[in-house]
Design a binder for this molecule. Structure first.
Ligand code: DX5
Ligand code: ZN
Length: 222
């Protein structure tokens, strides 16, 4: 049994008080700080980029889990490595197999952890070329783009499949789930084998984010 880690997504945080919020989440035991980078092309929303990663790096020791939802990760991922991303995740939909391997190698060569993500409708096979190389597989349980959406029912089956396929090839990446995770869904995905739960609205959108983080972790570990 490995304890479940909570990765609060700062997309739901108070941007005017980001440093303060991140400090509180760190004290509450956040496993990662999840940073959603969106380019307005790969997803229909534009969020934050390099300056925010740099600024966060200065205020916290919690590893920064940077989720790149951008069309051209090969061009831009070096910027995020320089800025201090500890874990950098690219989307399988944006790269072919050869490019995916290149992206993962670039991330690992820089000393960071590498992740690959699949959107809800993307078959797991899209991540297959790098499944034995990555440190983390990120299963989207909403269509990427916005916080506060409802969990797509059945996403836990994909989580279980990732775990099974990884095991079958002798790989043991962390499995992270992102989208609509909170008090009602945390135990479902944790039971399916998820190691890291991204929580936007349920934690950063709560009145007391630190308490909400602890509450979600508690239900996930039941
Ligand atoms: C969605 C982002 C998520 C989002 C999660 O595209 O990747 O990380 O912020 O927010 P909630 O937990 O509110 O669904
Ligand atoms: Zn995300």
């Amino acid at each position: 049994f490995t304890p479940v880690q909570i990765a609060p997504s700062i997309l739901s945080a108070d941007f005017a008080n980001l440093g303060r919020d991140v400090e509180r989440l760190a004290e509450a035991g956040a496993g990662f700080i999840h940073v959603d980078v969106m380019d307005g092309h790969f997803v229909p929303n534009l969020t934050m980029g390099v300056p925010v990663v740099k600024a966060l790096k200065k205020v916290t020791r919690v590893p920064l889990d940077v989720h790149l939802m951008i069309d051209n990760p090969l061009e831009q991922l070096p910027w995020y490595l320089d800025a201090g991303a500890d874990l950098l995740t690219v989307h399988a939909e944006t790269l072919d197999g050869v490019q995916l391997k290149k992206a993962v190698a670039m991330i690992k060569d820089a000393g960071a952890k590498a992740g690959v993500s699949v959107k809800p409708k993307t078959p797991l096979g899209a991540a297959a070329p790098v499944l034995d190389m990555v440190d983390l597989v990120l299963v989207m349980s909403v269509e990427p783009g916005f916080s506060g959406q409802s969990y797509i029912e059945g996403s836990e089956e994909k989580v279980a499949r990732v775990c099974a396929v990884a095991r079958s090839i002798g790989a043991s990446p962390l499995v992270e789930v992102d989208g609509g995770i909170g008090m009602k869904t945390a135990s479902l995905v944790a039971a399916a084998g998820a190691d890291v739960l991204v929580c936007g609205n349920a934690v950063c959108g709560a009145d007391d984010p630190a308490q909400a983080l602890q509450d979600v972790r508690a239900v996930a570990e039941q």
